[in-house]
Design a protein around this ligand. Structure first.
Ligand code: SF4
Length: 304
C-alpha cells in the first residue's frame, strides 16, 4: 500500500500510478480500493511537500503530535507514521492527548487506539474545563480561554518530554478561515503559518496538513474508521464567526471550483510592494530607489 519514497522532491511531480486495467472490468471493491490508494497517496504527497517546503522535520527530530480525537489529528498521525517508514531522515513520533476533563470525555478511546498503533503516547490530564467554566462569564464563549490553556499545557509538556517539534492538525481550510477572520475582525492580513516559533522561543510548531483539503481529510478519516471523539463535549457553542466564514468559503468553492486553491496559493505568494504595510515595504525610500535606478541608466548610456 505504501509508495516508495517520500520527503523526496522527486515525488513532488510524480505521475499518478497507472491503473492496472487489462480487459477485465473492475469490480466496485477494486475501484474503491484504487480510489482510497489515490487519496492516501495524495495526502502523503501533500504532507511530504509541506514538510520539505517549510523545513518542518529534520534528522533526529522528536515530533509531538497533538491528538484531540478529531478527524484532522488522527489523519495527521497516520500520514506522519506512513511517511516515517520511508523518509530519508530519521525522526520519532510521540502522540499526546490533553484530557481537559470535560464531562463525558471517553477516556478509553484514545489509549485503545494508540496501543494498536505502537506509537509512544501520553495522556496529559489537566482540568482546564473547570477553570474555563469558573472564569468565563455566563453566556460568553469559552473557546478563547480554553484554547489558551490547552496551548499552554501542550507547549509545556512538549518541553518536559524533549519534543523538538509540535505537530498540529490544521489544514488548508483552517488557514484560509483564519485569514478571513483576521481580515474581517482583526484588521490584519495574517493566517496560520505552516511553521511557527512560539513567542518565547521555546517551541517550534508545525502544521504538516497545511496543503491538504479538508474534504480529503474527512474522506480519509471516514474510510479509516477512526474512533472520532465529538468536539462539542464541553457544551460550548462553536465559534459562530468561524462557522460563517467556513460556509462562505464552501459556497465560493461550490460556485467557482478552484477558488480555495487559488486563495491558498496567494497566501504563499505575497507581494509587499503591492500592499500598504509601511513596515513590510519602504514606500518612503522609493524616490531614493528611483534616483539610483536613473543614475545607473545614465551610467549605462555613457558607457555605450
Ligand atoms: S469547543 Fe469547547 S473544548 Fe473546544 S475550544 Fe471551545 S471550549 Fe474548548
Amino acid at each position: 500500500m505504501q509508495d516508495a519514497v517520500t520527503f523526496d522532491p522527486r515525488e513532488r511531480h510524480a505521475a499518478p500510478a497507472a491503473s492496472a486495467t487489462p480487459d477485465a472490468p473492475e469490480t466496485s471493491d477494486a475501484r474503491a480500493k484504487r480510489e482510497f490508494n489515490k487519496l492516501h497517496k495524495r495526502l502523503r504527497r501533500q504532507v511530504g511537500n509541506a514538510i520539505i517546503d517549510y523545513g518542518m522535520i529534520h534528522e533526529g527530530d522528536r515530533v509531538m503530535v497533538c491528538l484531540s480525537g478529531g478527524k484532522d489529528s488522527y489523519t495527521l498521525l497516520e500520514i506522519l507514521r506512513s511517511l516515517q517508514r520511508n523518509a530519508p531522515v530519521d525522526f520519532s513520533l510521540v502522540a499526546v492527548n490533553l484530557d481537559q476533563k470535560q464531562p463525558g470525555f471517553p477516556e478509553h478511546v484514545l489509549p485503545e487506539y494508540l496501543e494498536g498503533t505502537g506509537v509512544e503516547y501520553h495522556i496529559l490530564e489537566r482540568d482546564t474545563y473547570s477553570v474555563v467554566k469558573e472564569k468565563t462569564p455566563e453566556g460568553k464563549t469559552t473557546c478563547a480561554l480554553c484554547s489558551r490553556l490547552r496551548r499552554g499545557s501542550l507547549y509545556g509538556f512538549a518541553e518536559e518530554i524533549g519534543a523538538t517539534k509540535i505537530a498540529l492538525g490544521h489544514h488548508r481550510e483552517d488557514i484560509l478561515e483564519t485569514l478571513f477572520l483576521n481580515m474581517f475582525f482583526g484588521g490584519s492580513l495574517k493566517a496560520m503559518p505552516p511553521k511557527l516559533l512560539s513567542d518565547d522561543g521555546r517551541n517550534m510548531v508545525i502544521r504538516p496538513l497545511a496543503y491538504c483539503r479538508e474534504a480529503d481529510i474527512a474522506e480519509f478519516a471516514r474510510q479509516m474508521a477512526f474512533p472520532i471523539i465529538p468536539c462539542n463535549l464541553c457544551g460550548s457553542q462553536p465559534n459562530l464567526q468561524r462557522q460563517l466564514v467556513k460556509e462562505m468559503l464552501a459556497e465560493w468553492e461550490a460556485k467557482h471550483p478552484g477558488r480555495l486553491e487559488s486563495m491558498f496559493k496567494a497566501v504563499t505568494n505575497v507581494a509587499p510592494s503591492q500592499l500598504a504595510d509601511r513596515e513590510l515595504f519602504d514606500f518612503a525610500g522609493l524616490e531614493e530607489k528611483q534616483a539610483r535606478m536613473q543614475a545607473s541608466r545614465i551610467d549605462i548610456r555613457q558607457e555605450s
